[in-house]
Design a binder for this molecule. Structure first.
Ligand SMILES: [Zn+2]
Length: 333
């Protein structure tokens, strides 16, 4: 087998697409993040694939050196490779076709983005020797990768990591899944901004502390974090809601999985200095006493975990590492 092969991991998120070239040894040779485009048809997918080609060229890698490609997607991946991703408009089969053609690959592997992040963290990040880890990815939505006794849990319908749709408030905020009061409605970037705006409408906290800082769009947590640092009561309220609901959900999952470590990834984790202590307190207050010492911290690979994990998955898929592959309990598409 040819040595020093490179793998292309593409992490297609709700707001950004991150891509990276990773060596077999796990060194990232180049990475880029671009705003997530809509890819509804062949022309759009072809243009996007060309953009990926330009990125690869910009890293100095040749297309012929790419040994495999995998796409991490913000949705549920079926056993047949079908993707249900209500947050983004992408013709996934067409995108796979265009990428495969450009890079002369028979297979463009596909996996759920939270599972990709969990794989990435296991390969290179913060899971250490943990046999069981819960990786919660908090971005536009909320996803989770669950590693239980060394296996990534997928479940029969690929829904085992749908932590974001656990109900935490009965009859709460309506969710895009058709139910109400899901974790995602309170603990995602969108949920945080919504809480901030609700605080404003309801006049929560001391209005004297209200700053001129306002979220610029529905997922602008950067502004919410900035307002929080400036002492804005609306931002603190949004984080209080976040900590309460997320702490509750983590406490419930801990009863079932009892992980060694709970890792927080995704864009929102970048504000962890503002909320992590309170989140830990919220978790400890609500969990079973035997799970009270479970470590909760940010994922080490930060927002690169999905890219690493996708590249790792591409490696499994193309090298036919059946044993390792099985060990992760992931289906090949
Ligand atoms: Zn939901």
């Amino acid at each position: 087998m040819e040595s020093n092969r490179l793998y292309l991991g593409i992490d297609y998120g709700g707001t950004a697409v991150k891509m990276g070239i990773v060596s077999e040894e796990g060194l990232i040779m180049g990475a880029e993040s671009i705003p997530a485009p809509s890819l509804p048809d062949e022309a759009a997918c072809r243009a996007f694939a060309a953009q990926v080609g330009e990125f690869v060229a910009s890293t100095g890698a040749y297309r012929s050196e790419i040994g495999g490609i995998a796409l991490a997607v913000p949705g549920v991946v079926g056993e047949d490779g079908s993707v249900f991703s209500p947050n983004v408009t992408v013709d996934w089969p067409e995108l796979r076709r265009q990428l495969g053609r450009l890079f002369s690959q028979d297979v463009v592997a596909t996996l759920n983005d939270a599972n990709a992040a969990a794989l990435g963290e296991l390969w290179h990040g913060g899971s250490g020797n943990a046999a069981s880890a819960l990786l919660v990815t908090i971005g536009t939505g909320v996803g989770a990768g669950i590693i239980a006794d060394g296996h990534v849990l997928q479940g029969r319908n690929g829904a085992a990591g749908e932590f974001g749709h656990m109900t935490v408030v009965r009859g709460g905020r309506p969710c895009r899944c058709g139910r109400k009061g899901c974790v995602e409605q309170y603990a995602s970037a969108r949920g945080i901004v919504q809480s901030f705006r609700e605080a404003d409408e309801r006049g929560v906290g001391n209005p004297v502390t209200y700053t001129a800082i306002e979220p610029k769009h529905d997922t602008d947590t950067v502004s919410v974090f900035k307002a929080c640092r400036a002492g804005d009561a609306r931002a603190q309220y949004a984080l209080d809601v976040f900590n309460d609901r997320l702490g509750f959900a983590l406490a419930q999952v801990a009863c079932v999985v009892d992980p060694d470590v709970i890792l927080l990834g995704g864009g929102v984790a970048q504000g962890a200095d503002l909320f992590l202590d309170d989140l830990r307190a919220s978790y400890r207050e609500k969990c079973l006493s035997s799970c009270a010492d479970t470590e909760i911290r940010t994922a080490r690979l930060s927002n690169q975990a999905g890219v690493y994990g996708a590249a790792r998955y591409a490696m499994f898929a193309t090298q036919g590492l059946a044993d390792e592959f099985d060990a992760f309990g992931i289906n090949l598409h």
